[in-house]
Design a protein around this ligand. Structure first.
Ligand SMILES: Nc1ncnc2c1ncn2[C@@H]1O[C@H](COP(=O)(O)OP(=O)(O)OP(=O)(O)O)[C@@H](O)[C@H]1O
Length: 246
């Protein structure tokens, strides 16, 4: 669960967010939309810990993380993807996902250094199976030996998603996930997101994708929540139409 309570962020005289409150229920997929400058990126940064709010609280799975660093948030099961996919270009697709597992202790952690070769082989095999399963879910199993740098952006985005989901995140934040994806790739992306047990919050310009993928849509305009509800209601909300159409 993600709880944002009365969060405001100011940059000097600019009010990027004003009194924003929203709760994303366990397992829900929530989309945040809004015109340019509405405060979407700032909201994202407050949740991931890149930016401290001027006032208000942020809770992840019940824990107050308003002043917490990235490590604490990651330990609570928070994962994210970026507007420009962050992958290791000189590693293969499989190694990109294995590296994510290794850092998070999924490779056996320090214990793997102390056990015998047979146990270590077992740990390695389990780790590889897990990574391959994540690639399979993301529809890129056939690319496992390709170098990430050689892939077009849409495929790199799927590698980044595989890294994010390989150890079953509790909370997943997706920043402009469909940018660079064609319609088929976006559909696969939406299927993966909807099949997760995670609580998902995504910021996205493609309103059509948000309306078909999310259970709930929050609309920001000039730093304030102007609408919050299921897609059917948001689509017909007069304030949303005005904010988008001017
Ligand atoms: N570091 C900063 N310093 C000053 N003002 C900032 C800073 N970051 C954002 N802002 C301002 O805060 C407001 C919200 O910006 P933000 O980037 O969160 O909006 P956004 O909805 O993500 O926009 P876009 O869709 O264009 O990415 C804007 O008025 C922006 O100019």
């Amino acid at each position: 669960m993600i709880e944002i309570e009365d969060v405001s962020v100011r940059f000097g005289g600019v009010r990027a967010l004003t009194g924003v409150s929203l709760t994303v229920a366990e397992g829900a997929v929530c989309g945040v939309i809004g015109p340019n400058g509405a405060g979407k990126t700032t909201l994202f940064d407050v949740i991931t810990g890149l930016r401290r709010p001027t006032s208000g609280r942020v809770r992840l799975r019940g824990a107050d993380v308003t002043s917490a660093g990235a490590v604490r948030r990651a330990r609570l099961g928070l994962r994210r993807t970026f507007q420009r996919p962050q992958v290791f270009g000189r590693l293969t697709v499989l190694d990109n996902v294995l590296a994510a597992l290794e850092w998070r202790g999924g490779g056996g952690g320090l214990a793997a250094d102390l056990v015998g070769a047979r146990s270590r082989r077992r740990l390695e095999a389990a780790r590889r199976d897990r990574a391959l399963a994540a690639l399979d879910r993301c529809g890129i199993a056939d690319l496992r030996d390709a170098y990430a740098a050689d892939l077009p952006i849409g495929r790199r985005r799927m590698v980044e998603l595989a890294r994010a989901i390989v150890d079953d995140p509790a909370v997943l934040l997706l920043d402009e996930p469909t940018s660079g994806l064609d319609a088929d790739q976006a559909a696969v992306f939406a299927d993966v997101v909807r099949s997760l047990d995670a609580t998902v919050l995504l910021v996205e310009h493609d309103v059509g994708f948000v309306m078909t993928t999310c259970d709930r849509v929050v609309v920001l305009d000039l730093g304030e929540v102007i609408a919050d509800g299921p897609p059917e209601r948001i689509r017909t909300d007069p304030r949303v139409r005005t904010a988008y159409l001017g």
